[in-house]
Design a protein around this ligand. Structure first.
Ligand code: B12
Length: 211
């Protein structure tokens, strides 16, 4: 089934993909497992785009399919934190020049259901907006998302401007998204890189001292 899902997603067969997701859930698959397969499929789509086999419409279609699958999985990922005191605050956004938001939205959602108050600034967020939000919300964690290479420099200048505003002390910064890795983390001077939304949760929990 796993292979069929990757195949359906990477060949834009939306109905098949949604049916397979339903079937996998009925058989007891974990949402995280399905998400990992979605990432695998998006890697295939991305590669085909790079190689000139797919074009923008395919990227857009795959984005739409992913959003629909996200809607199916979200209720099943909801934790039991409703009504409980929040563990801490996170400011989140996709950095300037980048409009990819599927991964970011998942990060925000999963942080929220795990007990964090999330201020999501959206996409293509300019440096000043991050600085303003950090000043106002006093988060323990700043989470920057980006999927493009151009996002490296936006992340770097965002962190520099937060620091220049005197807001870096005590603030822990994590980056994530498609092209990010530990080399980028070093380049932008973030504290951590996270591969998945769950890494963001683990980092935020560690930051506020919750096991
Ligand atoms: C869907 C898609 C789009 C959609 C986005 C829809 C949307 N609403 O987000 C659309 C069609 C809009 C799009 C546009 C473009 N795209 Co695009 N896109 C993709 C694609 C296929 C999938 C991305 C995705 O949503 N994946 C799904 C998520 C859920 O998967 P995931 O990454 O595993 O998610 C996890 C992590 O990322 C992590 N995470 C995410 N954020 C954060 C943050 C933190 C703090 C942490 C800890 C973790 C974390 O948590 C997520 C959940 O576990 C990728 C290919 C790829 N391999 O990624 C290309 C890709 C990112 N796009 C690419 C390009 C080039 C573009 C365009 C420039 C194309 C163009 N010529 O116009 C434009 C850019 C527009 C802009 N200014 O941003 C390139 C980038 C290449 C590069 N090196 O810069 C890629 C890699 C494709 C490729 N191989 O060429 N794209």
């Amino acid at each position: 089934m796993a292979h069929e899902l990757v195949e359906a997603l990477s060949t834009m067969k939306e109905k098949d993909a949604l049916r397979i997701v339903d079937e996998m859930l009925e058989r007891g698959a974990e949402p995280a497992e399905i998400l990992a397969l979605c990432s695998e499929a998006m890697q295939v789509v991305g590669d085909k785009f790079s190689e000139g086999e797919y074009f923008l419409p395919e990227l857009m279609m795959s984005g739409e399919m992913l959003k629909k699958i996200g809607q199916v999985l979200k209720p099943r990922m909801a934790g039991e934190t409703a009504g409980k005191a929040k563990l801490g605050r996170v400011v989140l956004g996709t950095v300037r020049g980048d409009i990819h938001d599927i991964g970011k939205d998942l990060v925000g959602f999963i942080l929220d259901v795990n007990g964090f108050e999330v201020t999501d600034l959206g996409i293509n967020v300019p440096e000043e907006k991050f600085v303003e939000a950090v000043r106002e919300n006093k988060p323990q964690v700043l989470a920057l998302s980006g999927f493009l290479s151009v996002a490296f420099d936006s992340m770097k200048t965002t962190i520099e401007q937060v620091e220049a505003a005197g807001l870096r002390d005590g603030l822990r910064v994590i980056i994530g998204g498609g092209q990010m890795d530990n080399t980028v983390r070093d380049y932008v001077k973030a504290d951590a890189y996270g591969e998945s939304a769950m890494d963001a949760v683990a980092f935020a929990k560690k930051t506020v001292g919750v096991a």
